[in-house]
Design a protein around this ligand. Structure first.
Ligand SMILES: Cc1cc2nc3c(=O)[nH]c(=O)nc-3n(C[C@H](O)[C@H](O)[C@H](O)COP(=O)(O)OP(=O)(O)OC[C@H]3O[C@@H](n4cnc5c(N)ncnc54)[C@H](O)[C@@H]3O)c2cc1C
Length: 425
């Protein structure tokens, strides 16, 4: 008789979730849980910016959707709060199991969590499942992976590396073990934001992907991807990808089917190209054994973004102006206003405001990255850190960073000031 816990982390879905499938196949009783670490963090007195309400809402919606789907298969999702180790120790007392299934996340805090659980005697059965391409399909050993994206891409393309097709949702889930005293519903959402663009959850993700391809937006992606206004200039897959409401393989599979039906073109190729960027930042974490997310990789003597007081001590006034959209540069301020108001920002504006923070305000990239982390509903540790490092020139790609000329960017992308007017009036 095998009783186990399934710990949903950044994989809030049933479709193409190999780790959850494995747990379903190999256990007799399974307790699906999510640990709300935002809530736990918010109670600690550190000066890491708190997650925005938009970010929390998107997560809550995603959890709700997952719970609904689990319930349809006679299971449930238990949302727990507090220190993750304590949560598992409490569950272990009730369930008499030390087996935890979960997805593997190759980032410092998340790896440390699994180490602490192993040290406490838990048996972790984890699977890597967040990239489009499997690490072991790469044409090189991950330790020898090129540190520059173009070289990485050329090798992947030259060898015609393909993704493994996504797997189906489980058709049955093992029954819940007998358990008492834990909350099984999250509190209702407090505020419904009427004009919100993104709603969390696997069903919303699959709907969004379907309509994106049905409306044939993929064909024009390359032409429109540097747009700033609206839902259609880019795919907007990122919020759902970030929480794992859908997998990159599901999108890649849809893209392949689409190309089969309508033919490939610049637009469809460029979506693949961007998904490959996403994989590249993930694989960098393996290559650098996660040091990429760590200050040990950075020789500058600035306060550590992972510890206390960096926001108050490091460039406090400049940070406040930048983060609250009062720099005085209206293009930058419009971008920062959009970020706070929606939890999303176009790739172009992310690059521009990040460059402004690093080069015009001489800010520490880690402070900027921490602000993005708190605001973005599509926050993803690999893509966020990777892109910030790329722009600041602190990553493996030592090409001296990418500084954007703000006046030129404004002229090129918002010549008539429509974007600025949209967010600043
Ligand atoms: C400073 C900075 C911080 C960023 N932080 C994040 C983050 O926390 N989470 C996140 O998902 N993306 C991040 N990005 C990458 C990119 O801006 C977003 O993925 C993209 O804007 C999301 O919108 P979309 O889904 O419409 O993208 P599309 O342009 O439609 O691209 C399709 C998908 O490809 C991937 N992708 C596209 N561009 C990139 C990129 N440069 N790096 C990695 N993957 C990419 C994303 O998964 C995206 O959903 C960051 C970029 C910068 C410059």
């Amino acid at each position: 008789m095998i009783i186990a816990i399934y710990w949903f982390r950044n994989d809030l879905r049933l479709l193409d979730n190999p780790s959850f499938n494995q747990a379903c196949r190999n256990t007799n009783f399974l307790l699906p849980i999510f640990i709300n670490q935002n809530k736990a963090h918010d109670e600690t007195p550190i000066s890491q910016p708190k997650s925005s309400k938009l970010r929390k809402d998107f997560l809550e919606e995603s959890l709700r959707d997952l719970r609904t789907q689990l319930k349809k298969l006679n299971s449930n999702l238990f949302e727990l709060e507090g220190d993750f180790l304590q949560v598992f120790q409490d569950l272990q007392l009730q369930l008499d199991t030390r087996i935890i299934y979960c997805e593997e996340i190759q980032a410092e805090e998340e790896l440390e969590q699994l180490d602490r659980l192993r040290d406490a005697g838990f048996e972790i059965r984890s699977l890597w499942q967040s990239s489009m391409i499997e690490p072991n399909s790469l044409p090189f050993d991950i330790a020898d992976m090129p540190g520059v994206f173009t070289q990485f891409r050329l090798q992947v393309e030259k060898q015609k590396i393909k993704f493994t097709p996504p797997i189906e949702s489980p058709t049955a889930i093992p029954p819940l073990p007998l358990i008492t005293g834990i909350k099984n519903e999250s509190s209702p959402l407090q505020v419904v934001i009427k004009d919100k663009l993104f709603y969390g959850g696997e069903s919303k993700a699959l709907y969004h992907i379907g309509q994106y391809f049905d409306r044939r937006l993929a064909d024009t992606y390359k032409k429109t991807r540097n747009g700033l206004i609206g839902m259609d200039y880019s795919s907007k897959f990122s919020p759902w990808l970030a929480l794992g409401c859908c997998s990159a393989r599901t999108i890649a599979n849809k893209l392949t089917e689409y190309e089969y039906e309508f033919g490939s073109n610049d637009g469809t190729y460029w979506i693949w190209f961007e998904l490959l960027w996403r994989d590249y930042f993930r694989f960098l974490s393996f290559k650098t054994e996660n040091q990429i997310h760590n200050k040990k990789n950075d020789s500058e003597e600035v306060s550590d973004a992972r510890t206390n007081n960096y926001l108050t001590e490091f460039n406090g006034i400049k940070f406040k102006r930048w983060s609250t959209s009062y720099t005085g540069d209206s293009f930058i301020d419009a971008g920062m206003r959009e970020l706070i108001s929606t939890g999303y920002l176009s790739n172009r504006m992310r690059q521009v405001v990040a460059s402004y923070w690093i080069y015009n305000l001489s800010g520490d990239w880690r402070v900027g990255a921490a602000w993005f982390k708190a605001q973005l509903i599509d926050y993803d540790v690999y893509s966020n850190q990777g892109n910030w490092q790329y722009i600041s020139g602190k990553g493996l790609d030592h090409q001296g960073g990418r500084q954007f000329n703000i006046a030129k960017q404004t002229q090129d992308h918002d010549p008539n000031g429509i974007y600025q007017k949209l967010w600043l009036t």
